[in-house]
Design a protein around this ligand. Structure first.
Ligand SMILES: *Cc1c(COP(=O)(O)O)cnc(C)c1O
Length: 324
């Protein structure tokens, strides 16, 4: 990636002539099977640009209860787009399609009509849960019936595709727009790409500029994104396998109850406060998050190999014995 940055051909993306950014956008659009794409600084910005582009102030939009777009994006739907967020329950991160009709509102003199459905795949707060393509098809049918658009928060959509053993296009074909992160498992330092129809992406470019997301010689970052798409997708299965091994090992640790591990996120419920686990593990060189008072989150990625997973398992097991 450093080499790709060093040798990237650069221009000015604000003026619309950044060759490396254009290459990344074309590559992303073709991988996702969409007409066009726009490079954005973060997943949060990509999601909120999509929301703003799809909706008008006074609309409402539907999200799953624990969606990243509701939890971690500073009420941007309200603050930036003037959109009322309504949430839907799920079973382990997967919304039953029947919930959409129950929760959507029909616009009239009193009610803010629901014009957008947002789906998250894989689902961050549900431990990397995967939504199947068949379920996406059902969302599509319901949304078409109700005249709603669909945005996919696909920060980790490549993890979903790899886990399902499908081309990512199969998932993307069921939504109007999709945002995915080049960072995280795909290893870039910065950046996301929002993909969708040509007209939608034109609107998204205006929103990106409005939010201050126009970046000039951004090819230095887009160069990394190209490496992510060409070289990093095919290794995500390794992350999933290592996460699965870590989750399995945690089953044998006293005071720990791991949740199922569908992709690269390992959620573990702990008898002791998760903070205690986090601090003690940090001291011995294992990084994780205390995700809730009694829940830890571990994530695998390219820099966590088999040896690092073995090391983590050893340290977690030692601490488990110490905690009794
Ligand atoms: C990380 C993440 C985002 C946001 O990405 P940032 O680049 O951190 O802004 C959005 N949605 C999901 C599901 C994520 O995991």
């Amino acid at each position: 990636m450093y080499e790709a940055m060093r040798s990237a051909e650069l221009g000015d993306d604000v003026l619309g002539d950044e060759p490396t950014v254009q290459r990344l956008e074309a590559l992303a659009a073709s991988k996702l099977g969409k007409e066009a794409a726009v490079f954005v600084p973060s997943g949060t910005m990509g999601n909120q640009i999509a929301l703003a582009t799809h909706t008008s102030p006074g609309d409402s939009a539907l999200f799953e209860d624990e969606a990243h777009m509701l939890y971690y994006e500073c009420a941007a739907p309200a603050v930036i787009s003037g959109v009322l967020a309504r949430s839907m329950p799920s079973v382990n991160g997967v919304v039953d399609p029947s919930e959409i009709k129950k929760r959507r509102l029909v616009s009239d003199e009193h009610t803010p009509g629901t014009t957008l459905l947002c789906i998250e795949n894989t689902h961050n707060r549900h431990g990397g849960a995967v939504t199947r393509v068949e379920t996406h098809r059902e969302y599509r049918r319901v949304a078409d019936d109700l005249g709603m658009k669909i945005h996919l928060d696909g920060a980790r959509v490549f993890n979903a595709a790899v886990s399902l053993g499908v081309d990512v296009k199969e998932i993307a074909s069921q939504v109007d727009s999709v945002n995915f992160c080049l960072s995280k498992g795909l290893c870039s330092p910065v950046g996301s790409v929002l993909c969708g129809p040509k007209r939608f992406i034109e609107g998204a470019r205006q929103w990106r500029k409005r939010l201050g997301g126009g970046m000039r010689q951004a090819g230095i970052l887009a160069a990394c994104g190209i490496v992510s798409l060409e070289k990093m997708v095919c290794r995500l299965a390794e992350d999933h396998e290592r996460a699965r091994r870590l989750g399995e090992a945690c089953k044998n640790v006293p005071g720990m109850s791991p949740l199922p591990v569908p992709t690269n996120i390992v959620m573990v419920d702990t008898e002791r406060p998760a903070d205690e686990w986090q601090h003690k593990l940090e001291e011995v060189g294992v990084q994780c998050f205390s995700f809730a008072p009694h829940r830890l989150r571990f994530v695998t990625h390219r820099d966590v190999g088999d040896d690092e997973v073995s090391f983590a398992i050893e340290k977690i097991s030692e601490l488990g014995r110490e905690f009794g």
